[in-house]
Design a binder for this molecule. Structure first.
Ligand code: SF4
Length: 373
């Protein structure tokens, strides 16, 4: 991390959250995600990072960065948006879900991760100094850091950087609209496609993720979807089929990226077999045009021209390499490339109005570290 940050147990200044309502008995109701936590005085919501302080909802993790590193777009994962580009990936703390197979639980479940206070300007400067394509929030669920993500992305886009989130997609509509306005690309992570399992075992809401993915597509954002294949469940094939049909009904061009489950956190089951991943890939290719398996050992991470089969993008342990020479199309047959290499259209004037310091922008109450105790 850059030396401009600072270590501190209490962390960066606390900022008042948005999307909450005062309720009875000095509680506040958080309206950021469908849990709609009723938070009693001095208590914290289910995500562990949004608190009731004197009847106001305070973000406990604003500007507290737990992980910051330059990574390849494939790592995010982001397969069809500027392949081979490099991004500043930011991880923070907290999550509104509690998946037993979470492989970043030290971040999501607040298990002893240290943080560094970073401002939006710090992160934008770090991305610019390293010549990166943009800034991505992932590792943990970005929605629980909503206000910070929005502030970072607004500034990043003003500076010509691109923005991406890897999310479960379970935001309430109003905060989600705000995020979509400032985000170029979104990767939605589906932990299977069984709403009952997701709610019961993970605390997630499948219908919100489905609705929010469709909204991002309607607004012209670049969208990709990952599917965690849990072949220990009786209906895993049916889930994969339903996922493929639903995604194809929105757009057959949305890339699907398959993930296998691995032993982690509280997971007692088996890890996904490679045969199951191959089977789901074949099944999804009956619905979608691009299906990848996010494992370099299995050999389904590359992108080839759909017309002539010429290799266009090679992905592997050594990184991602563009094997074509021109942005206009396949260098062999001239067919259109199946991924984005153009800037997403942006309304620069509207974004200037959204700046936190712009006239009419919503005020943010900043709380000092003295209040952390
Ligand atoms: S964001 Fe956190 S506090 Fe707010 S409703 Fe969701 S889990 Fe609860």
């Amino acid at each position: 991390m850059s030396s401009s940050g600072y270590w501190k147990r209490g962390g960066a200044p606390r900022v008042e959250g948005r999307f909450f309502e005062a309720a009875d008995w000095d509680t506040v109701e958080c309206r950021l995600c469908p849990h709609l936590c009723q938070i009693a005085p001095s208590r914290t919501g289910a995500c562990g990072v949004r608190s009731n302080r004197d009847g106001r909802l305070i973000t406990d993790n604003y500007g507290k960065v737990a992980d910051e590193r330059a990574v390849d777009a494939t790592v995010l994962p982001l397969y069809h948006y500027y392949p081979a580009s490099r991004w500043l990936r930011i991880g923070m703390k907290g999550c509104n879900m509690r998946c037993p197979f979470c492989n970043t639980f030290s971040f999501s479940q607040l298990a002893g991760v240290r943080t560094l206070g970073r401002s939006a300007a710090d992160l934008v400067a770090a991305a610019e100094a390293q010549g990166l394509r943009g800034i991505s929030f992932g590792v943990n669920e970005p929605l629980v850091s909503h206000e910070f993500v929005v502030d970072v992305f607004r500034l990043a886009r003003q500076r010509g950087l691109h923005t991406h989130i890897a999310t479960s997609g379970t935001w309430c509509l109003d905060p989600y609209r705000e995020i979509v306005e400032v985000t170029d690309a979104l990767t939605f992570g589906f932990k299977g496609f069984d709403g009952g399992y997701l709610l019961g075992e993970c605390g997630g809401h499948l219908e919100f993720a489905m609705q929010n993915l469709a909204t991002a597509v309607r607004h012209g954002r670049h969208v990709e979807a990952t599917l965690l294949v849990m072949d220990g469940q009786a209906n895993w094939r049916e889930q994969a089929g339903e996922f493929g049909k639903w995604l194809a009904g929105i757009d057959t061009e949305i890339p699907a990226v398959l993930l296998g489950i691995e032993p982690a956190f509280a997971w007692k089951g088996e890890q996904t077999s490679r045969e199951s991943l191959f089977e789901v890939r074949d099944l999804l290719l009956g619905h979608l045009r691009s299906v990848y398996i996010h494992d370099p050992e299995l050999g389904f991470m590359d992108t080839a021209c759909r017309e002539c089969g010429r290799l266009l993008v090679r992905r592997g342990l050594a990184g991602t390499i563009l094997t074509h020479g021109a942005e206009g199309g396949c260098p062999n047959c001239g067919a259109a490339l199946p991924f984005a290499l153009q800037d997403v259209a942006r309304d620069v004037a509207a974004e200037a109005q959204q700046r936190p310091d712009a006239p009419g922008a919503p005020a943010r109450d900043v709380h000092t570290d003295d209040q952390d105790a």
